[in-house]
Design a binder for this molecule. Structure first.
Ligand SMILES: *Cc1c(COP(=O)(O)O)cnc(C)c1O
Length: 486
């Protein structure tokens, strides 16, 4: 990768701006104004544009091609939502503005909350959490408040072994002891194993449904009975609602709490940590513990409702949440309508099953159960036969203009490839992906050693991932000392 840093391109005296020199500001008192200009790169405008255009083409993104990440759902997000989120009136609202001046924004938040409650079958909601994991934290803090309020805070959280890593991590962060439930041969929770682990010290069971194998937990009634029977709560990891919208609601399945990843299911391009929003919807019994304020509506007036402050777990984020992400989710839901969201789920499941049918003969299918919006294959056969592993395959996929699927997850499947094409890919794209995998498998047969160095056509070939993780270099070069910068 030859692109230099913008500071390396910089040459003193060059400029990209035609703005007259600033001679003092009428707004900033003399004492507070900068004496020495900030150290900014000096680069002409055309070079700035070229630099960033080149940089923008170094990474793979959804605008380049498929991005079939299982669980983390990288679907195409309508550009019009970005455009609307960029409208000045949304962009420049100040969180300290009086609520009489932001009735429109509050209405959006309120209606989004109502829509998410309807979709999930829940009674109350907070829009504050800024990510899925943040939603989990909010949920488990409410879970603890709920049990503490009942007189026994309880110590344990149960998670299936197929769960997303954030589930046990969040539980541990909340101070709970994490107990892992082994999945049965169908890739599902085994009610008998659950029963053995259930006692009055279990605060909650966290379930993703369909789980990260794409398999629907079909014994939910029994599971809910066991958990509720011992006074525990059921937490639904709804990071990915792509399979169930309009078909099944966590509330009807017996869940007490659910978090959504608006940045996965409901539009908003995301990656590498944001931006996101992870609202949490809850059943009536949990409502008193919701973070405050929630968005209220009375006599056609929207307002910040602080009435739950006494029992609330507190605030989970500054102000009211990640407004622009919430706005985009609202747009996505309203543009599709509930019927359209049902169609989204239908197509997501259809696309995943079409692709699975086309490619699974090359790999091992670890579980025979039907799958919904995503599926997991194992490349153990290819590793055994040709010495080519899942990492080699996924790196080679990049050479064909497709992002690799999620790999080595869930942990219950060795050499896992976890694939979620999403509803937004065409049949031609799915066919192309299937052809690419076919090609790579033939390459593995014919010249396996060639695959260990893939990818070959990307700006960066194969980084040393262990070193990159262990030896963080957090600065690219050293800036002059702070005092020189004014
Ligand atoms: C992505 C994901 C999460 C975590 O969401 P973040 O927004 O990345 O914190 C949790 N559970 C599942 C099943 C997920 O796919």
């Amino acid at each position: 990768m030859s692109e230099k840093l913008i500071f390396e391109i910089s040459k003193a005296g060059r400029s990209g701006s035609f703005v007259p020199e600033c001679t003092g500001s009428p707004y900033i008192p003399e004492d507070y104004s900068r004496k020495i200009p900030p150290r900014l790169p000096s680069v002409p405008e055309n070079e700035v544009v070229r630099h960033y255009v080149r940089l923008s083409s170094l990474n793979h993104g959804l605008d380049n091609g498929m991005y079939p990440l299982g669980s983390c759902t990288m679907k195409f997000n309508p550009k019009v939502n970005e455009k609307i989120a960029g409208i000045d009136k949304f962009l420049n609202i100040h969180p300290y503005q009086d609520e009489t001046t932001i009735q429109g924004a509050l209405r959006i938040l309120h209606e989004l909350g109502e829509d998410l409650k309807s979709l999930s079958g829940m009674d109350g909601i907070t829009l504050q959490p800024a990510a899925g994991a943040h939603g989990e934290l909010t949920g488990l803090l409410m879970c603890r408040a709920y049990h503490t309020n009942k007189g026994n805070p309880r110590q344990k959280i149960l998670v299936p072994d197929s769960s997303h890593g954030t589930n046990p991590a969040t539980a541990a962060m909340c101070g709970y002891k994490v107990v892992t439930l082994h999945s049965n041969s169908e890739g599902r929770i085994d009610p008998d194993i659950l029963k053995k682990n259930m006692d009055d010290n279990v605060a909650a069971l966290m379930i993703t449904n369909p789980n990260t194998l794409g398999i629907f937990e079909d014994k939910m009634e029994e599971i809910a009975e066991i958990v509720h029977g011992s006074g525990g709560l059921l937490y639904y990891d709804g990071a990915n609602m792509n399979a169930v919208m309009g078909y099944a609601r966590p509330g009807d399945m017996g869940f007490d709490m659910v978090h959504f990843n608006l940045h996965k299911t409901f539009s908003t391009p995301h990656g590498t940590g944001g931006p996101g929003a992870g609202p949490v919807a809850v059943k009536r019994d949990i409502v008193p513990f919701l973070p405050y304020p929630v968005i209220g509506l009375e006599n056609n007036r929207y307002f910040f409702d602080y009435s739950g402050k006494e029992t609330s777990i507190g605030k989970m984020r500054a102000f009211y949440g990640n407004f622009l992400v919430l706005l985009k989710a609202y747009l996505f839901i309203r543009a599709n309508g509930f019927a359209g969201l049902k169609k989204v789920s239908e197509l997501a499941v259809l696309n995943a099953n079409y692709l699975k049918k086309k490619i699974s003969h090359n790999f091992i299918t670890p579980y025979k159960s039907d799958t919904l919006h995503e599926f997991v294959l194992s490349a153990q056969n290819i590793k055994k036969e040709f010495g080519v592993n899942t990492l080699d395959i996924s790196k080679r996929i990049l050479d064909f203009g497709i992002h690799a699927p999620t790999i080595y997850f869930p942990l219950v499947v060795k050499e896992a490839l976890m694939i979620e094409p999403t509803e937004t890919e065409t049949k031609e794209n799915l066919d192309y992906f299937a052809d690419v995998l076919e090609t790579i498998v033939s390459e593995a047969e014919e010249e396996p050693s060639g695959l260990h160095d893939a990818p070959f056509t990307t700006p960066v070939s194969r980084p040393d991932e262990v070193r990159a993780n262990r030896k963080l270099v957090l600065k690219a070069f050293s800036l002059p000392k702070e005092e020189d910068q004014g």
